[in-house]
Design a protein. Structure first.
Length: 179
């Protein structure tokens, strides 16, 4: 796929087939993330690749959703994760400069999402995983004083291609341009 085509075809996918994502594709997606720029070349990323424990993550999210019924997005996220078959938990091992670290992590995750599209996979960048970060750390026996859950990326084969969303135009995005 040409790069522009990858950019134009990337979508947040919430419905997946049952087909398993091959290890080679997961590795290629993470390797694309590793090529991202990072502030001061800190490369602050670490990953947990979740397959068999997806039902446990879904359970933890549903329990959190029951505690916060006003936030329907938590249970919707649980339902979406239950339809995927590979979840990559994205951790940072650098906590001393959170602003730069989060910028680096965002660049890395975007590389992963673009590579997933390039490989014909659907993906979803998940923020609601942060609402259960301590439970996830406990489940995977992690020291959350040394590793910080930043996000998650859900992968799978798309059930269908969603229509593109309307995007801002270049003219509507530039506030000012100096000569």
């Amino acid at each position: 796929m040409e790069f522009k085509e990858v950019l134009e075809n990337r979508r947040s996918i919430r419905k997946y087939t049952k087909q398993a994502v091959e290890k080679e594709k997961v590795d290629a997606i993470i390797e694309a993330g590793l090529l991202a720029p990072s502030a001061h070349n800190t490369q602050p990323w670490q990953f947990i690749i979740v397959r068999d424990s997806i039902p446990e993550i879904v359970k933890l999210l549903k329990e959190e959703g029951e505690k916060h019924p006003e936030d329907e997005s938590i249970s919707k996220t649980a339902d979406t994760i239950s339809r995927g078959n590979t979840l990559i938990l994205v951790y940072s091992d650098r906590l001393e400069n959170p602003d730069f670290t989060l910028l680096s992590m965002g660049a890395m995750i975007e590389n992963m999402l673009l590579k997933a599209t390039d490989l014909g996979l659907g993906s979803l960048w998940i923020g609601n995983i942060l609402k259960i970060s301590s439970q996830v750390a406990h489940y995977f026996e992690l020291d959350d004083t040394k590793l910080h859950l930043v996000s998650a990326v859900l992968l799978g084969y798309k059930e269908k291609d969603p229509k593109p969303l309307e995007r801002k135009t270049l003219a509507n995005s530039i506030i000012k341009e100096e000569k």
